[in-house]
Design a binder for this molecule. Structure first.
Ligand code: TXA
Ligand code: MG
Length: 325
């Protein structure tokens, strides 16, 4: 099987209908979201959800995010505390996932939640939301890549990785945010950041007037079991906070920073020459893939500021650089 690729710009409604037909057969379909491309399937159908895990080679103890078309739909599946509801009203549709207590008999299959009594919910923008509305059921959707690899931000990334395993890929051009959603869990009026992502901690704090609590060590929490240390791994070794380039390395740069030995680099890719962290996030995964393909030696990455979307960028980079298991 080689996936058919349908571009949204060739007909939005036709693309929605083609994806809906695949979902109705109990099969996964790769779709664009504002964060990264997702591998979506009916969250209420165990066979369909099972095919997501199988296609990605993903361990089944790692729960999937369930996508809703709006807050009203989300409230049918989970209990919202007042802070979570305020976050949903502020940031949905958008790159925010809320971990919430699952309602009894919600219909979301235990395979999607890995048997937990909580569920990760997100309302995406654009095509994905229209597809969920047309399908009428929540879509479980992890990033559309082989487990452990870099998340796809272009339909072509999905085609290269999973094209032989899928029936259909919907092409919606480059994913504008470029990193996955921010995952938070509210407990006892405390907002805990389980995964930094497309909404910055500063934005969450500004919207709630509350301090965002980060886990002591990201790998210490089993609560987002997908947050394994070695993740988003390119083939080449990744060296962070690089201040010089070693011969044969590719360099991932940022802003106007000058690094010694840039002329020795096999390739230089600047995440954002203007030093804009949003632009850098949008380019991150694509540039990691390009840098990986261009070197046999390794990828050097300059220091990236830690504020705003820099937190998510640094999180993904440290996972890309972590020792492989
Ligand atoms: O931007 C995104 O969030 C993308 C797009 C496709 O929506 N999806 C995505 O899904 O990144 P995935 O499966 O790659 O990441 C889901 C993360 C994992 O780290 C998982 O452990 C965590 O969400 N998660 C899901 N349900 C959870 C739950 N009930 N409690 C704690 N963590 C949960
Ligand atoms: Mg992923």
């Amino acid at each position: 099987m080689t996936a058919k690729i349908i571009h949204i710009s060739d007909g939005f409604e036709e693309a929605v209908e083609a994806a809906r037909v695949v979902l109705a057969k109990g099969l996964p379909v790769a779709i664009p979201t504002e964060t990264v491309y997702g591998l979506a399937a009916d969250a209420t159908d165990p066979l369909a959800v099972g095919r997501i895990y199988e296609t990605k080679g993903r361990p089944q103890f790692n729960p999937l995010i369930c996508h809703m078309c709006d807050l009203g739909m989300a409230e049918r599946y989970a209990h919202f505390d007042p802070i979570s509801r305020h976050l949903a009203e502020t940031f949905w549709p958008g790159p925010l996932t809320l971990i919430l207590p699952l309602k009894a008999d919600s219909g979301i299959h235990a395979l999607a939640t890995a048997g937990l009594d909580t569920v990760g919910l997100r309302v995406p923008k654009g095509f994905a939301a229209s597809l969920i509305r047309a399908f009428g059921r929540p879509l479980a959707a992890p990033s559309a890549n082989t487990s452990g690899r870099i998340s796809p931000t272009h339909a072509q990334h999905v085609a290269e990785d999973l094209g032989e395993k899928l029936e259909l890929i919907i092409d919606g051009d480059a994913a504008p945010v470029g990193v996955e959603s921010t995952i938070v869990r509210v407990e006892d009026e405390t907002i805990r950041l389980l995964r930094p992502g497309g909404i910055s901690a500063e934005e969450l704090e500004a919207a709630t007037g509350r301090t965002i609590v980060r886990p002591a060590s990201p790998s210490a929490t089993i609560e987002a079991p997908g947050m394994l240390a070695s993740h988003y791994a390119p083939t080449a070794a990744v060296r962070l906070d690089a201040r010089e380039v070693r011969p044969g390395e590719t360099l991932i740069s940022f802003g106007g920073l000058q690094v010694s030995g840039e002329d020795r680099a096999t390739m230089v890719l600047n995440l954002s020459p203007a030093g804009d962290l949003r632009e850098a996030a949008a380019n991150l995964f694509d540039y990691l893939k390009k840098a990986d393909a261009a070197t046999e030696v390794g990828i050097a990455v300059v220091p990236i500021p830690a504020h705003g979307l820099g937190e998510a960028i640094n999180d993904r980079l440290s996972r890309a650089a972590a020792p492989r298991t």
